[in-house]
Design a protein around this ligand. Structure first.
Ligand code: GCW
Length: 615
């Protein structure tokens, strides 16, 4: 008995027996300690020495290779520096047969953490922040091992930046105390090729600097930001820059002083420019200045006059859709309207409106759909709102890890197919053979469309429960203002029909799109059905492509979504013999819950809409 315990303990210490709790993500390599690694001592060398299954591998620094790129010839990886070597090493570990040259598509491949300094995470569903918490009123000590594991996971998929705090930013993040913490984190992330960025509160000069104003044209305000930038760069010379949510949902901004976004962004851009820093300025602005205007039009109205006026180190960051992170939105027309401003797409990995960490929804197909409308060539980067927290498995749902993984892989190469990414992830995450992998792959690939079907088919949107956005509430939250938060404002169901008329007879949001989309979306007969009720108010008796009336088609699609989840459960049950116990159970529980919730969506929405349609 004693011997057995000793054996188990030894194995544990040697890392050979590990519980499958999801904590190792897609990095479940078995250590083989076999390969002889030639070249500089670095993380790439350590990883290969431990996990590469070949006998020998060579790492070579080659200054002629572009930054972050790498070349694999035989078993030699060449790169400009250690970051390139690291990307090459992870690629070789994932795909031992890889040969040739690779470089990342986007320059900026950044996670955005909506983490608050008190440890909570806005729209976080996987526990508390891995970076922040309080110890009394002081910041808690950084967990270096955890942050290192986070860095490693990101480097393995090519992510090269991270914004450490919520866009609804506390000014305290810029206090010397927190800058020191950021410095600590930066030191852990640096060897993995990851830069740190911070979200800043535009009114920080008042909250922190004791100034009377945060007016971007005020000399003292400018001086304050310049001094703050200098202080940050003294501690963190490769600091990335700032992300700013200004004049949106109650956040302060240049508009408070009747200044433009360009004036606000440029003032910050000038402060970080001497150090090579950038400003990511969000276009998610609606409300105050646009009372009465269709919310999906407001970003373009708000920013169009600023095009061409931003400094060259300002990037406009916009969500993929014009409204919020709904399961399906048409692309945001801001990408068609800003011609002189570098742009980044903000994608949401955390599934705020997609069942959070309780539903299995694989997001790569949604992001690929977006790239079909907004060519990656028009973007300088992508930001992903992270789904990471202190939960053992990092993301709450084991399958939500696939979304973190897919974000990184698409940031590296947006032409990768959703299927390939899912296949890579499944193979790395579970020990399954081909016959079991195929149905799981199919489940993942169908899961986003299923979610659209059981939540908001045919272009319905924002019919979620108020505030927490989990579950259906088509009749919910009726306020006079902000109308932008009311389901009834979005679906406009009445005895005649349902849907939001955004054609030229309605709010004319279609006119913000380039051709052919403008004409296509504007005309009820050519508008793709997946956007039908997004752009049109449609009579209940309208015949959809299937020949069914609108209400029958809605009924059919809600039913189809629910059936899909039933079939996911079957697939999962069939895979039981090949999946380790803990993860199988945890996913199974969530799938059962997903089914209940999908049925709730179906019933609530069809009862409610039916009360108009079937009068
Ligand atoms: O989707 C909404 C979220 C807010 C979020 C906001 C934003 C960080 O419900 O929680 O705030 O978007 O993107 O700024």
């Amino acid at each position: 008995m004693k011997k057995l315990t000793l054996l188990i303990m030894t194995c544990l210490v040697m890392g050979q027996v590990q519980a499958e709790d999801g904590s190792r993500l897609w990095l479940r390599y078995q250590s083989v300690d076999k390969a002889k690694v030639n070249g500089p001592a670095c993380i790439a060398a350590d990883e290969l020495r431990k996990y590469f299954r070949g006998d020998e591998v060579t790492l070579a620094i080659d200054p002629t290779i572009e930054a972050e790129a790498f070349k694999i010839e035989g078993t030699t990886i060449s790169a400009k520096d250690e970051t390139g070597l690291l990307y090459g090493a992870y690629t070789l570990l994932r795909e031992p047969a890889t040969q040739g040259y690779q470089k990342p598509y986007f320059k900026y491949r950044i996670l955005n953490h909506w983490d608050n300094l008190d440890g909570t995470i806005e729209r976080g569903y996987a526990g508390r922040s891995i970076f922040w918490d309080l110890d009394g009123d002081q910041p808690k000590a950084i967990d270096a091992a955890l942050v290192r594991a986070y860095a490693r996971a990101n480097a393995s998929i090519g992510i090269n930046g991270t914004v450490l705090n919520n866009v609804n930013a506390s000014p305290r993040i810029l206090s010397p105390l927190y800058i020191n913490k950021v410095k600590e984190i930066a030191a852990i992330l640096r060897p993995y090729g990851i830069k740190v960025y911070l979200s800043v509160n535009f009114a920080s000069p008042m909250a922190l600097g004791g100034l009377q104003t945060a007016d971007p044209l005020n000399a003292k305000v400018k001086t304050w930001w310049k001094a703050k930038a200098k202080e940050i760069y003294r501690e963190i010379p490769d600091f990335g820059g700032f992300l700013v949510k200004a004049n949106s949902e109650g956040q302060p901004g240049p508009g408070d002083y009747h200044r433009t976004h360009a004036q606000g962004a440029n003032m910050l851009a000038d402060a970080v420019a001497p150090y090579g820093g950038i400003i990511m300025w969000r276009s998610f602005v609606y409300g105050a200045n646009h009372k009465g205007e269709d919310r999906v039009k407001q970003a373009v109205s708000e920013f169009i006059n600023d095009d061409g006026l931003f400094r060259s180190n300002v990037i406009l960051q916009s969500k993929n859709g014009p409204l919020d992170f709904q399961p399906r939105e048409p692309y945001a027309p801001i990408f068609d309207n800003m011609h002189k401003t570098p742009q980044m797409a903000e994608l949401q990995i955390t599934q705020e409106y997609l069942g959070q960490s309780r539903h299995l929804v694989y997001l790569a197909p949604m992001w690929r759909e977006f790239f079909g409308y907004v060519a990656p060539a028009r973007l300088v980067g992508v930001a992903g709102v992270a789904n990471i927290g202190l939960d053992k498995n990092w993301c709450g749902h084991h399958f939500s890890q696939a979304n973190w993984y897919a974000f990184g892989r698409l940031a590296w190469d947006p032409t990768l197919k959703s299927e390939q990414i899912a296949d890579e992830w499944l193979s790395a995450t579970f020990d399954i053979d081909d016959s079991h992998r195929t149905p799981l792959l199919s489940m993942m690939l169908r899961s986003r469309e299923a979610c659209v079907d059981y939540m908001m088919p045919l272009g319905l949107h924002h019919i979620f429960k108020f505030d927490h956005h989990y579950g259906p509430e088509p009749d919910g939250y009726i306020a006079h203002y902000p109308l932008e938060w009311c389901p009834v404002y979005y679906h406009q169901a009445d005895s005649a029909g349902i849907g939001f008329d955004r054609s030229h007879t309605g709010t004319d949001a279609t006119s913000q799109y380039r051709e052919p989309y403008c004409s296509l979306y504007d005309d009820l007969t050519t508008c793709p059905e997946r956007y039908l009720l997004w752009f049109h108010h449609v009579p209940w008796t309208y015949r959809t492509n299937s020949g069914r009336t609108l209400i029958d088609e809605l009924t059919y699609r809600y039913g189809r979504g629910v059936k899909e989840v039933e079939s996911f459960i079957d697939i999962w049950h069939n895979s039981k013999p090949t999946i380790d116990e803990q993860r199988w159970q945890e996913v199974d529980e969530r799938l059962q819950h997903q089914l209940e919730n999908a049925r709730e969506w179906q019933k609530t929405c069809l009862d409610y809409f039916g009360s108009f349609a079937r009068k």
